[in-house]
Design a protein around this ligand. Structure first.
Ligand SMILES: C[S@@+](CC[C@H](N)C(=O)[O-])C[C@H]1O[C@@H](n2cnc3c(N)ncnc32)[C@H](O)[C@@H]1O
Length: 213
């Protein structure tokens, strides 16, 4: 089934700003530290299931902020060519411009995949499941992803702001049960999850493993 892709339009110069300023100013450094800590914990947890013979996939890689943390070699994929041009910090990393909906790779070529900071921009289960299914197709190992959890103070604040007509955001939070069902439909089982901060942060990281069936 053909799924309509959610657009992700950003103004000129956004990619360089995302790389140089987004996680270097304001609350950015603390957020980056928390995300890196959660990612390290989940990679550690996946340890016994890791296959180091094939590369990992970082999609969407953005400017490659977290690529170096992945075990072994990694391939960066992003739909925005400006982001890939800004992705200069990945040592010897392969970079490819493509949509996560149509990854130009054979089945099961990657050891694992990181899908960080994308799902909060995807409004519905149909598109989420299509994305997770494509990741499952190209990866034979763990998937680590982030999503915005609806049971969080940050999400509550967003809802209140919206009700007061203050702030409109294209990002959306979902219940964990919804994400787990989407992962299951795509052939994954959740084995661990971590918030950046319990009850406060909407950003959570999840480790899922391919189901054997
Ligand atoms: C918020 S950035 C996250 C980048 C990186 N994962 C990080 O955490 O720093 C979201 C990225 O998703 C990319 N993107 C949006 N839709 C995409 C799609 N369908 N396929 C591939 N990349 C996509 C955008 O170009 C952007 O670089």
């Amino acid at each position: 089934m053909q799924v309509r892709e959610t657009p992700y339009e950003r103004p000129p110069g956004y990619a360089a700003r995302y790389r140089d300023a987004r996680f270097a100013t304001g609350t950015g450094p603390a957020t980056h530290r928390r995300e890196a800590r959660a990612l390290a914990a989940l990679i550690d947890r996946a340890g016994r299931d890791l296959d180091v013979h094939a590369p990992w996939l970082d999609v969407p890689s953005g400017a490659g902020r977290l690529t170096a943390m992945l075990p072994g070699r990694a391939v960066c994929v992003d739909r925005n060519p400006d982001m890939l041009r800004a992705c200069t910090t990945v040592p010897g990393g392969a970079r490819l411009c493509a949509s996560i909906h149509r990854l130009p790779f054979r089945d099961a070529v990657f050891s694992g995949a990181l899908c960080m900071r994308l799902l909060q921009h995807i409004p519905g289960s149909t598109e989420r499941r299509a994305i997770l299914g494509e990741l499952r197709r190209v990866c034979r190992g763990p998937l680590i992803l982030s999503f915005f959890h609806a049971a969080s103070l940050q999400h509550l604040r967003r809802v209140v702001s919206r009700l007061l007509g203050r702030k409109r955001s294209s990002r959306g939070a979902i219940r964990f049960a919804v994400l787990r069902a989407d992962l299951q439909a795509a052939g994954y089982t959740v084995v661990a999850k971590r918030p950046l901060r319990w009850l406060i942060s909407e950003q959570w990281l999840v480790l899922a493993l391919p189901r054997a069936d």
